[in-house]
Ligand binder design. Structure first.
Ligand code: SF4
Length: 168
């Protein structure tokens, strides 16, 4: 009983925080000058910090959270959902045979995180118009949420399996 009350209280706090961030995002989004200014100061910070840690390629729509904290843009094919059909039996890349497949690494690392199921999320294709902009600003303003043809279900590869009577 207490547990459920705690959970709904936590959810309420999270929702109100989310709405506050959304309000800030909308405020920024309606001011192109402010958005450009934030992009200008945050882009170098993001490039340096995430470049050093994740080899970030500044796609402007970060999905690290759902890819085991492995940047999918380091895949030679730039796949947002992988691996492709060409991954070798030893887990190496089809294009770069000496290199471990980015998606093999992403899957392994995702299973060590607290949200292992997110690797199965179906991520929309890259919106190349956001390339070189700050994914932090884009997440705040919702610019990275622009519909790209993947808004309808299924949202996860697991949903596809379950629907077809297979279990993961
Ligand atoms: S997904 Fe995009 S923003 Fe995130 S680390 Fe990779 S290139 Fe950078």
């Amino acid at each position: 009983m207490g547990g459920r009350a705690d959970q709904s209280c936590t959810e309420e706090v999270m929702m109100s925080e989310f709405q506050s961030w959304r309000r800030i995002g909308r405020y920024i989004d309606q001011r192109p000058g402010l958005k450009r200014f934030l992009d200008r100061i945050l882009c170098p910070l993001e490039r340096i910090s995430k470049g050093a840690v994740f080899d970030c390629r500044m796609c402007g729509q970060c999905v690290l959270h759902s890819t085991g904290m492995v940047c999918p843009m380091t895949c030679p094919k730039k796949l947002r959902n992988g691996p492709c059909g060409g991954v070798r039996l030893d887990g190496k890349c089809e294009v770069l045979p000496k290199v471990q497949c980015v998606w093999v690494t992403a899957y392994a690392r995702s299973q060590r995180l607290f949200w292992p199921h997110e690797i199965h999320d179906l991520r929309p294709p890259v919106d190349w118009s956001l390339r070189g902009t700050s994914s932090w600003v884009n997440a705040l303003t919702g610019r990275d949420q622009i519909a790209s043809g993947c808004v309808a279900e299924p949202h996860s590869a697991l949903q596809v399996l379950n629907r077809n009577g297979h279990s993961a």
